[in-house]
Ligand binder design. Structure first.
Ligand SMILES: [Zn+2]
Length: 278
């Protein structure tokens, strides 16, 4: 099996963990006063959907519950996301393990987060979500066991190193629950590269770096990931100008186009999880 997935975390704009707090903040730029913003995430989502339609790529969107509720106020998400998969990404971008906040979720908070997140996605799309990605990719055993008990099919929070034969494979993490990890490899200069496209949106990597990475994977599942807000805003420099947005989108189009040209077929993660199990 050699298949790819394009995945998008749809969460609050430029989310940041805050010490001692469960829910995430949005990074402030000049003049911002709000603790949390959702406008970039919404605008980025619309741009992404349009691009994916042009490229005929079906994607998986991991929705943070709170962000989904905000977006649903201004858009018909069910219509917008038809043909794509909607999965879960917490409720308020919780740092489950407390690695960045120093405040790990209690067992009760954790099950509440999983149930509430799933209910929000289910209500918005009238379909049971079967996938999960932990905010900040901070996942632990407790969460995996809970996901398995709740009937989820897969988690996609971890990263796995591409092996010497160019393989990257899903595995079972808790009972039947599959892990569909992000890929980690080395670039031409021997520097670590991960299939999360963050550095490209921040101007620190080129589409060619990811094409080279995809070319080195010979078998298994290649999971590419990004944020919807990262289509229009950067962590380092704030809001992009219109021309920056266009070249950022061109970069992403190139990553996906190059992968397709290399023969990668893009599927929703839930389809991949089902195929892999079968
Ligand atoms: Zn996130």
């Amino acid at each position: 099996m050699r298949v790819a997935a394009f995945t998008v975390d749809v969460d609050r704009d430029v989310n940041l963990p805050a010490k001692g707090r469960t829910s995430a903040l949005s990074k402030c730029h000049d003049g911002d006063r709000e603790e949390t913003r959702f406008g970039s995430s919404m605008r980025g989502l619309l741009l992404l959907i349009k691009m994916l339609e042009e490229l005929e790529v079906e994607a998986t969107f991991f929705f943070e519950g709170d962000t989904l509720l905000h977006i649903s106020e201004g858009a018909d998400v069910r219509k917008l996301l038809s043909g794509h998969e909607a999965a879960c990404h917490g409720v308020c971008h919780e740092d489950i393990t407390g690695e960045s906040t120093g405040a790990p979720l209690t067992d009760q908070e954790l099950s509440q987060m999983i149930d509430d997140g799933r209910d929000i996605v289910k209500k918005a799309f009238d379909r049971d979500p079967v996938g999960f990605r932990a905010p900040y990719q901070h996942i632990d055993e407790r969460t995996l066991r809970l996901l398995q008990r709740r009937g989820f099919l897969y988690d996609s929070s971890m990263a796995s190193v591409i092996d010497d034969e160019g393989g990257i494979r899903p595995w079972r993490v808790a009972g039947d629950l599959m892990e569909l990890p992000l890929a980690q490899g080395k670039d031409a200069r021997g520097k670590k590269i991960v299939s999360y496209l963050w550095p490209m949106h921040e101007g620190r990597r080129s589409p060619g770096d990811y094409a080279a990475m995809a070319g080195r994977v010979k078998s298994g599942v290649l999971v590419l990931a990004t944020h919807s807000w990262h289509m229009v805003e950067t962590y380092e420099r704030g809001m992009m100008s219109e021309s920056q947005i266009n070249s950022n989108l061109d970069n992403l189009r190139k990553v996906l186009g190059d992968a397709k040209a290399q023969g990668w077929e893009f599927l929703q993660l839930k389809e991949i999880a089902r195929k892999w199990k079968g």
